[in-house]
Design a protein around this ligand. Structure first.
Ligand code: P71
Length: 457
C-alpha cells in the first residue's frame, strides 16, 4: 500500500454536507425501516452507499456536456463513445444502454434459454436476476478463498476455480452453458480482482467446449491496476494495455459506466459476433432506445467517452485504488474486522466477526449498517443474507459472507473524510455489544434489499 498519496486533482466546485444530531439520525433510520437505501441523501454526512453513479466528473467531462449532440439519431457523441469503446476494449460492435443492467438484460435474453446454466465468479444481484428471468440458473465457480474474509494471502480472490467450472460442464453438458459470466473485479467478494493468467485459462477451457466468455467490465480498470501491481510480468505494462488484453479473452462484455466510466449514468454491451449484435440492436430499441443512444443523452455519452479515457490514466487509477486500501488499513489498525485483502472500490466489514452475538437470521449486516449510520452519519450498504435473496423454492440463499460495504465514490471524498469515517466506525466497534438484531417487516419479491423494511427484534 502507498501511504498518504495526495489526490491527483484539485477541487473546483464543492457541495456542502452536514452532520445531523444523533437523536435526529436515530429518528431517520427508524423511519427508513432500518434500510440505508431508504434514507434521504440529506440525512447522510458521508455517503459510502455505493460508487455507482456517485463519481465526480473532471472539468474536461463537464466541458464535454456542452458539446452534447442531442439529435435523435447518429449523434456525434455516440460516434465518439463507440470509437472509444472499440479502441479501449477491442470489440467490433457496441450497443449503448442506460446502465449496466440494461446490457445484462439484452445479453441474457439473447443467449439464455430456459433450463440453461450460467457459471460465474460469484453472483451479482442484477446480473443473476436477469439470468434467472431468462430461465437460467447461476452456478458459482469462484475459488473457495473468495468466500473466506480472512484469506489475506491470496492476491486474486476473484479467480475462477477451473475444476469447479469443468465439473459443471461435465455434469450438465456444454450445450446447456451459453456463456461463463466473468466479473472483473468481483463486487460481492469485496471488489477482488481476477488475474490475467486465470482469464487466459478460462478462455482456453471455454473455447475447448464451445462456451462463450462474457465479461462484466464494470470495474475492469481497477482490476487492471491490481494486475499491474500483483501479477508477474505486468509491472511495466500500461493500464490501457492491460485492459485491452483482458478483453482479448472475451467474446463480449457488459459494462456499467457508472463505476469505472467515471460518470453518473451510462452503460453498454460490446460483442464480436455479428448475429448477436444484430439481435441486440433490434432488442435495444424496445428496452432502451435507438442503437445510437440506448437511454443516454448525447451529453451523457460525451462524458462517458471522456471518463473512460481518464480512467486508464495511471495517476488517477493509482490514487483511486490506494485511497481505498489506505481506508481499509486504517480500519484494520483500529481493530475493525474487514475483508482482506482490501478490494478496488470498497472496504467490506465482516459483520459476523463484528457482531458475534447475532445469528445470520438476525440480519447482522443490516443491523450493522443501520447502527453505523445512527452513530456516525456514514451511509453504507448491507451485502449479506438480505442482499442474497431467496432461491426458486423460496429459501434464503444464506451466503457465507455477511458483509457491510463502505464504498468509495471516485474523486469525491478526501483523506480527512475517510479518516473521520474510520474513527467513527471504530467507535461503533467499541460499543458493538449494544447492537441488536433486526427482523423483516416488509419483504419485496425481487431485489428485496432496495426497498425492504425492518424493525428491531
Ligand atoms: C453497486 C452497483 C449498483 C447496485 C446494483 C444493485 C444493488 C445495489 C447497487 C452495479 C453493478 C455491478 C456489477 C459488478 C453490474 C452492475 C449493474 N453495482 N455489475 O455496486 O457492481 O450496473 O447499476 O449500472 O445497472 O452499488 P447498473
Amino acid at each position: 500500500m502507498e501511504q498518504n498519496l495526495p489526490e491527483p486533482y484539485k477541487i473546483k466546485a464543492v457541495e456542502t454536507i452536514s452532520l445531523l444530531p444523533e437523536e435526529e439520525r436515530s429518528r431517520r433510520i427508524e423511519k427508513a425501516g432500518f434500510n440505508t437505501f431508504l434514507l434521504k441523501s440529506k440525512d447522510v454526512y458521508i455517503d459510502l452507499l455505493t460508487d455507482s453513479g456517485t463519481n465526480a466528473m473532471s472539468d474536461h467531462q463537464w466541458a464535454g456536456l456542452m458539446l452534447g449532440d442531442e439529435a435523435y439519431a447518429g449523434s456525434e457523441n455516440w460516434l465518439h463513445l463507440e470509437e472509444t469503446v472499440r479502441e479501449l476494449f477491442g470489440f467490433k460492435y457496441v450497443i449503448p444502454t442506460h446502465q449496466g443492467r440494461g446490457a445484462e438484460n439484452l445479453i441474457s435474453r439473447i443467449l439464455i434459454k430456459p433450463g440453461m446454466y450460467i457459471p460465474g465468479n460469484m453472483y451479482f444481484t442484477t446480473t443473476r436476476a436477469h439470468q434467472e428471468m431468462s430461465g437460467g440458473t447461476f452456478v458459482d465457480v469462484i475459488v473457495d478463498q473468495a468466500h473466506d474474509p480472512q484469506r489475506e494471502d491470496f492476491p486474486f480472490k476473484g479467480d475462477v476455480d477451473l475444476e469447479k467450472y469443468e465439473a459443471l460442464i461435465k455434469r450438465v453438458g456444454p450445450e446447456m452453458i451459453p456463456y461463463i459470466s466473468l466479473a472483473v473485479t468481483v463486487n460481492m467478494a469485496g471488489g477482488q480482482p481476477v488475474s490475467m493468467k486465470n482469464m487466459r485459462e478460462v478462455k482456453g477451457l471455454s473455447e475447448k467446449y464451445g462456451i462463450k466468455v462474457i465479461v462484466d467490465a464494470t470495474r475492469c480498470v481497477e482490476n487492471a491496476y491490481f494486475i499491474k501491481k500483483r501479477e508477474a510480468g505486468y509491472g511495466d505494462v500500461s493500464i490501457a494495455e492491460i485492459v485491452k488484453e483482458t478483453f482479448s479473452y472475451a467474446d463480449g462484455c457488459t459494462m456499467s459506466g457508472k463505476k469505472d466510466g467515471i460518470v453518473n449514468m451510462g452503460g453498454f454491451l460490446a460483442i464480436n459476433d455479428e448475429e448477436i449484435y444484430r439481435q441486440a440492436a433490434a432488442m435495444v430499441v424496445v428496452f432502451e432506445g435507438m442503437p445510437s443512444y440506448g437511454g443516454m443523452t448525447g451529453r451523457d455519452m460525451e462524458a462517458f467517452a471522456r471518463g473512460l479515457r481518464e480512467s486508464v490514466e495511471y495517476p488517477y487509477i493509482r490514487h483511486r485504488v490506494e485511497q481505498v486500501a489506505a481506508f481499509g488499513n486504517r480500519l484494520s489498525q483500529l481493530g475493525v474486522p474487514i475483508v482482506k485483502p482490501v478490494g478496488g472500490h470498497a472496504v467490506f466489514l465482516d459483520a459476523r466477526s463484528f457482531l458475534p452475538h447475532l445469528t445470520q437470521d438476525q440480519l447482522p449486516a443490516q443491523a450493522l449498517a443501520a447502527a453505523i449510520y445512527e452513530q456516525s452519519g456514514v451511509r453504507s450498504m448491507e451485502r449479506g443474507i438480505v442482499s442474497a435473496g431467496r432461491d426458486r423454492n423460496g429459501r434464503d440463499y444464506a451466503p457465507r459472507l455477511e458483509l457491510v460495504r463502505l464504498t468509495i465514490p471516485r474523486r469525491v471524498y478526501t483523506a480527512s473524510h475517510l479518516a473521520y469515517a474510520a474513527e467513527a466506525i471504530a467507535g461503533v466497534h467499541a460499543r458493538r455489544d449494544e447492537i441488536e438484531g433486526l427482523k423483516w417487516v416488509y419483504e419485496p419479491p425481487v431485489l428485496r434489499f432496495f426497498t425492504g423494511r425492518f424493525a428491531r427484534l
